[in-house]
Design a protein around this ligand. Structure first.
Ligand code: 5GP
Length: 206
């Protein structure tokens, strides 16, 4: 009998500027990983270097709102004036296929996932020091001072909801943060409630 394990739905959140994207990329470079990244849809303008269909699916507000009405999102939220959402198609299929599906999303959307997918694993990434956020946001050089301020205020509100997550991971060094996340994923797979029925089936076959 093949022990085909269902993949995990891993939600990675954290304040703007904490380095979620960099940590996610490091995860994809780990050996023996089985991750797929769920590309989100957004109405925000493309930043230089971003690619449609790779970083995001960039759509108009009308298109996004149409998809909301059609129930095509696993979750969605408005973040500093723009919509962001996880397209529903593919996620379930990839989980069934044994892939670990990574969602890199903000807090409001993460809490919607918590309510809809009970066994999702919610990880909140924090900086070693708060100043690290500001430095990173400014060094990106892609947002106006006003947007940066809004993002910082939003970061403070997001921090207050970190207690709703399953795990808090410090992003002191990208590789360390990725290692910690891998350890969480391995431990989650070993949880009795996730794996007991599989082994019970083996016993039944005797
Ligand atoms: P950014 O504009 O910096 O790419 O993203 C802004 C925020 O939106 C980040 O916290 C990012 O993780 C979050 N985000 C990206 N995609 C999604 C999504 O599909 N759903 C939700 N709820 N948030 C998202």
């Amino acid at each position: 009998m093949k022990l085909n394990e269902r993949g995990l739905l891993v939600v990675l959140s954290g304040p703007s500027g904490v380095g979620k994207g960099t940590v996610r990329k490091a995860l994809f470079n780990m050996p023996e990983q089985n991750f797929v990244y769920s590309v989100s849809m957004t109405t925000r303008a493309k930043r230089p270097g971003e690619i449609d269909g790779v970083d995001y699916y960039f759509v108009s507000r009308e298109e996004f709102e149409k998809r909301i009405r059609e129930g095509k999102f696993l979750e969605y939220a408005e973040f500093v004036g723009n919509y962001y959402g996880t397209p529903l198609d593919k996620v379930e299929e990839q989980l069934q296929d044994g892939k670990e599906v990574i969602l890199e999303i903000e807090v409001e959307g993460a809490l919607q996932v918590r309510n809809k997918v009970k066994d999702a694993v919610l990880i909140f990434l924090v900086p070693p020091k708060k100043e690290a956020l500001y430095t990173r946001l400014r060094s990106r050089g892609t947002e106006s001072e006003e947007v940066i301020k809004e993002r910082i205020q939003k970061a403070n509100r997001e921090f207050k909801l970190a207690y709703k997550y399953d795990y808090i991971v410090v992003n002191d060094e990208v590789v360390n943060a990725a290692d910690r996340i891998m350890a969480i994923i391995r431990a989650e797979h070993a949880k009795t409630e996730r794996s007991i029925h599989k082994y019970m089936k083996l016993i039944d076959e005797d």
